[in-house]
Every structure is written in structure tokens, then in C-alpha cells.
Design a protein around this ligand. Sequence first.
Ligand code: DQA
Length: 150
Amino acid sequence: TSVYVLNGPNLNLLGTRKPEVYGTTTLADVEELCREEAAGLDLDLRFRQSNHEGQLIDWIHEAGAEVKAGRCVGAVFNPGAYTHTSVALHDAIEGVELPVIELHISNVHAREPFRHHSYISPVARSIVVGFGVYGYVLALRGLHHAATQK
Ligand code: DQA
């Protein structure tokens, strides 16, 4: 069984971009962290990053099809700034049967007002905010727990 971890725009810059907000861990480090956690949960990790909205939409559709086929538990999704702008990503999640854990490294509610609204939250199963990159571990555990509860 697989699990998707999808990362949106600018997250390829993790480690050097605003380290006071996002820390010094790189996206490669986050992938390693997720790989260890997923292996412990017996999940096959699909870890991806894109700066392109349409690519993220295609991956949401792909993950949704995998869930439908009974091969996937869901997706951890850090949509980056698209969180605050993208009706298209909202519609993509709404259009498939995919449990999505919305994740933000920083506490977006303690930051600029334009980060307080999310187009993703109404269609997310759960939300992990402000735990730094450790949030990815929490989100994977939460998704696994939810999938084994049913
Ligand atoms: C972010 C928060 C967003 O507001 C921002 O645009 C990002 C990263 C986070 O992980 O804290 O790119 O999603």
C-alpha cells in the first residue's frame, strides 16, 4: 500500500529559504525522514515536489485513482502558497476520493493575514500546522492510523 507526500511551490528551496521560519532541513532530508517513517508503517512512499499547479493537480488525480483501486491510504500535502490561492487544487481534491492531510511547516495563523485563509482546509481530512518538518512524521502516522481504524 502506498502513501503520497506532495509538496508545492518553493519547497525545493527548503533549508535555505527563510530558515528562521522553515528551518535548515532540506527537502532531501524531509524525504529521508518520510522514507524511514513510511517504512516503519509498512507504506510505500511516493514523495514529490513541483512548482507547477497543474502538475500537483495531476498527482492528486493519480493518488485518488490509487485510493479507489485500494492501493493507497491517502496523501500528505503541503500546497505552499497555492494553499491561499488555488480553487483548482480545492476542486481536484473534492473531485476524487482521496484522504488529504494538509500540512504546513510554519504556523500560518501566526503569520501574515494572507496566510490565514486556506482553499485546501475545507476539503482536507485533517490538518497539521506549525510543527516544523516533524509535522510530516505526524501526518504520516495520522494517515496510517485513520486507514487502519476503518
Ligand atoms: C507553507 C506556508 C505557506 O504560507 C507558504 O506559502 C509556503 C510554505 C508552510 O509549509 O509553512 O510555501 O505551506
